[in-house]
Design a protein around this ligand. Structure first.
Ligand code: VGL
Ligand code: ZN
Length: 189
């Protein structure tokens, strides 16, 4: 796939999910090789930018009292606390002019694993004429999974950039790929 630009067509957008320091080695909720998605996704970001394909970078962005934290009864360690280094998008990720940041996980009453959960993003994409999404990021078996399933249910075609994702667990990753394929996502190897 030397010419990634040729993969895009009108109505496409690129969605880069939660490539944040806390999900990379050394972070609060580290995913094995989480930082390796940066090198895998940057060529796609560059190609999208060159082609004028809209780019959305999402971030998990939690208040201290967030219900997903174990201290608050949830299942995760403290992670992606608003305005901390851990919550910052990995500094190696290309962030072209015009790329939009989508924030989720700010609610006090529930987690939002999917980027489509009460963010208004699906309506915005439809308004902008987007029909197909290229998706990669972290974690394959958590937020990428939830986002891809919602994206399919919202009626978008989804192309999953498998090399641009890493799972929390290998088994979870395998199941997530099967579930996404069943939902209609195309796995781009
Ligand atoms: C995520 C666990 C908790 C993710 C977010 O972005 O995949 N995982 N919060
Ligand atoms: Zn989270």
């Amino acid at each position: 796939m030397a010419q990634l630009q040729e993969m895009f067509r009108p109505g496409d957008a690129l969605l880069v999910v939660d490539v944040q320091n806390d999900f990379c080695p050394g972070g609060a909720l580290p995913i094995d090789e989480g930082d390796e998605v940066v090198a895998a996704l940057n060529p796609w970001i560059a190609a999208a930018s060159e082609q004028g394909v809209p780019i959305f970078l999402t971030r998990d962005w939690h208040p201290a009292g967030h219900p997903s934290f174990a201290v608050n009864g949830g299942s995760w360690p403290l992670h992606c606390l608003q305005d901390t280094h851990g919550a910052a998008i990995h500094s190696g990720l290309l962030t072209p002019q015009g790329a939009e940041v989508v924030t989720k996980g700010t609610r006090f009453d529930q987690d939002q694993l999917s980027v489509f959960d009460q963010t208004g993003l699906a309506d915005k994409l439809r308004r902008d004429g987007i029909r197909r999404l290229w998706v990669g990021g972290l974690a394959l078996d958590v937020c990428v999974l939830a986002t891809v399933l919602d994206g399919c249910h919202e009626g978008f075609e989804v192309q999953l950039l498998v090399a641009g994702c890493r799972p929390v667990t290998a088994e979870g990753g395998r199941e997530a790929l099967a579930t996404m394929r069943q939902a209609g996502a195309v796995l781009v190897e």
